[in-house]
Design a protein around this ligand. Sequence first.
Ligand SMILES: [Zn+2]
Ligand SMILES: [Zn+2]
Length: 143
Amino acid sequence: MKSIMHEKDGTCYLCALLERNYETYGYLEEHHVIYGKGNRPLSERYGLKVYLCVRHHREGKEAVHKNVHNDIILKKMAQRIFEKKHSRKEFMETFGQNYIDIEENEDIYTIPEEAGWGFIPLPEEKGLKDMGDRYIRERKRTR
Ligand SMILES: [Zn+2]
Ligand SMILES: [Zn+2]
């Protein structure tokens, strides 16, 4: 399943989200946002994955596999986007945890428009159910 969180366009999700840096990288790593204990295949099934530079994925002190704060940021984003299509109840039943209620400063969880890969729900009446997730990319920026 393709990501419902991030366009695979060479940008790093956390460079963009945390640093407003939309640089494109020749090499990025796919990160399944909710992982461990059988969750990775669920992240795959629902498209809860992002592309990260090595620094934000594994190696730097900001890396999601080392930095709990940044890990939670991604999990909250994933839950929010999941819940645009599914319910809170379904998220809880699937992943067994509610990340949104974990206390954090929420201010930074807005994907800036200039990133170009924010998702908006399609109106039901358009009947585009076979687009899978009923989200389309709102492309504000062209490369
Ligand atoms: Zn990065
Ligand atoms: Zn990872």
